[in-house]
Design a protein around this ligand. Structure first.
Ligand code: ATP
Ligand code: MG
Length: 173
């Protein structure tokens, strides 16, 4: 199978990052895991806020650094509705086994979708099939970020739709 080229997006400001996240959320299906990577302050939680808002979640979304996993009900509709958003932050977990013990892969099986901050650390456990979203800025004080989205296996069939949904921000069209 041909691998999908990563999508490289340019955004200016937190609202753009939220809009990108919302566009991705609209392409998500139950069972999806998104690995959010990027340095301190890169915009991982900002991304989670835009994603949650697109799912109709009105509770404020903040970094789950100390709780590890937060859970938000989603009132989805349709044939396979999304029921729960899981928002995890694995920054404090030193061992892959601790990440595996969170059981995110199993949690999303029943109508869930998961966002994992510092998701690059979870790659060996959750990487297969996941969507990787990497946020990077030249420095933390600038509003410009480059967001690179790479597909795991479960996204190959949705790649063209995702790519068009993100067309507005693509660096190379
Ligand atoms: N283009 C942008 N995308 C996202 N955030 C931006 C952008 N420009 C400026 N910001 C600001 O940068 C900060 C990003 O903080 P955020 O908590 O989302 O980062 P984080 O990656 O979750 O950090 P941490 O590693 O501490 O969890 C916010 O204050 C946000 O307003
Ligand atoms: Mg955060």
């Amino acid at each position: 199978m041909e691998l999908s080229e990563p999508l490289v997006l340019a955004v200016t400001g937190a609202d753009h990052t939220r809009s990108v996240a919302a566009a991705i959320a609209r392409q998500c299906e139950p069972g999806d895991v998104l690995l959010l990577a990027g340095d301190l302050g890169a915009g991982k939680t900002t991304f989670a806020q835009g994603f949650a808002r697109a799912l109709g979640i009105t509770e404020p979304v903040t970094s789950p650094t100390f709780t590890l996993v937060r859970q938000y009900p989603v009132s989805g509709s349709g044939e396979r509705p999304l029921q729960t958003l899981f928002h995890a932050d694995v920054y404090r977990l030193g061992h892959l086994q601790e990440i595996a013990d969170l059981g995110l892969g199993e949690l999303v099986e029943d109508g869930g979708v998961a966002l994992v901050e510092w998701g690059d650390l979870a790659e060996p456990v959750l990487g297969e099939g996941a969507l990787s979203v990497h946020l990077a800025g030249d420095d933390g004080w600038d509003d410009h970020r480059t967001i690179t989205v790479s597909a795991g296996r479960s996204w190959y069939g949705r790649w063209d739709a995702l790519s068009s949904a993100l067309g507005e921000w693509k660096v190379v069209r």
